[in-house]
Write a protein that binds this ligand. Structure first.
Ligand code: C2E
Ligand code: MG
Ligand code: MG
Ligand code: MG
Length: 285
């Protein structure tokens, strides 16, 4: 009996594997199609000055607009896009579209209130040759200064000693592009690199903000990151601010910037512009 059951389990496991593989292949070919057809859209989440509640920038977040399934979140396709290399043409579109949108906003708004746009970039994009040139060309084409762009890279990118990536980041920083470490605190890199590498901004991962209220230890960690950043002359964005308590605590810790549902969910470009002109958090408005 045991043997028979084992065999059945094995078969079930194999057929599960098989369907998972088929699903992945299907996802990949649908994604390929989406890249060719341009079935993506961007949403923009305000990055807010915690002292004034005004947006200083927006994070561009990609969505797949699937003709049958509707809008699909990036967590469902970024990994496959990276594995397949489709992240490269998709990422190029994201960069161009984000810069095009921020250029429009900047033309409309007075200089003091012109926002930047923050774009997520995966390792694979950095590894392609000519990434720096691509960024330069996109900036010129959109007609915005390098200060209008921030690039977000995850900590894992930095754990390898890929000197070419660091050299490219240094060139971009020299141009005036801001470099942010995304999901800061979730990797396990040494902190030494923060001092030596071309980095402007740390984005504290949402998980730290989530647990901050209930746990003295988490609170101390967030406070530690904020003061570390200040020492190193880096700025900080807290991710995942969901309520007034989060915001108050972070402001008291001296955290300069934040983003999260308390201020706004990611918005379409026109909604984002409206928000820029009237930046009150929904809870107060
Ligand atoms: P991320 O860069 O850490 O982006 C923040 C994510 O947290 C976004 O999810 C955003 O909608 C969500 N979020 C913001 N505020 C809150 C909040 O208060 N509460 C909660 N629960 N969530 C909040 P989204 O848009 O689903 O993106 C997920 C991830 O996909 C991003 O994480 C980023 O790593 C990746 N991603 C998005 N767009 C791109 C892209 O254009 N290129 C690449 N390479 N990756 C992207
Ligand atoms: Mg990000
Ligand atoms: Mg993040
Ligand atoms: Mg995150």
């Amino acid at each position: 009996v045991a043997k028979g059951a084992g065999k059945n389990q094995w078969r079930r496991y194999q057929s599960h594997l098989h369907s998972a593989m088929v699903e992945r292949l299907e996802l990949r070919s649908a994604l390929d199609h989406a890249v060719n057809e341009g079935h993506f859209l961007l949403q923009f989440q305000p990055i807010v000055d915690l002292a004034t509640d005004e947006a200083v920038g927006f994070e561009a977040l990609v969505r797949w607009h699937h003709p049958q399934r509707g809008v699909i979140a990036p967590d469902e396709f970024i990994e496959v896009a990276e594995e397949s290399g489709l992240i490269v043409p998709m990422g190029r579109w994201v960069l161009d579209q984000a810069l095009h949108t921020v250029a429009q906003w900047r033309r409309i708004l007075p200089r003091a209130r012109q926002p930047y746009v923050s774009v997520n970039v995966s390792v694979r994009q950095f590894r392609q040759s000519g990434f720096v040139e691509q960024v330069k060309t996109s900036l010129e084409y959109a007609g915005v200064p390098a200060r209008a762009l921030m690039l977000e890279i995850t900590e894992t990118l930095l754990m390898g000693d890929d000197e070419q990536i660091w050299a490219d980041l240094a060139v971009l920083q020299e141009l005036g592009v801001r470099i942010a470490i995304d999901d800061f605190g979730t990797g396990y890199s040494s902190l030494g690199y923060l001092r030596q590498r071309p980095i402007d901004v740390l984005k504290i991962d949402k998980t730290f903000i989530d647990d901050m209220v209930g746990s003295e230890q988490q609170l101390a960690l967030v406070a530690g990151i904020v003061s570390l950043a200040r020492t190193l002359n880096l700025t900080v964005v807290a991710e995942g601010i969901e309520d007034a308590t989060h915001r108050l605590i972070l402001a008291q810790l001296g955290c300069p910037l934040g983003q999260g549902y308390y201020y706004s969910a990611p918005l379409d470009a026109t909604e984002a512009l409206a928000w820029l002109r009237n930046p009150l958090p929904l809870a107060v408005a």
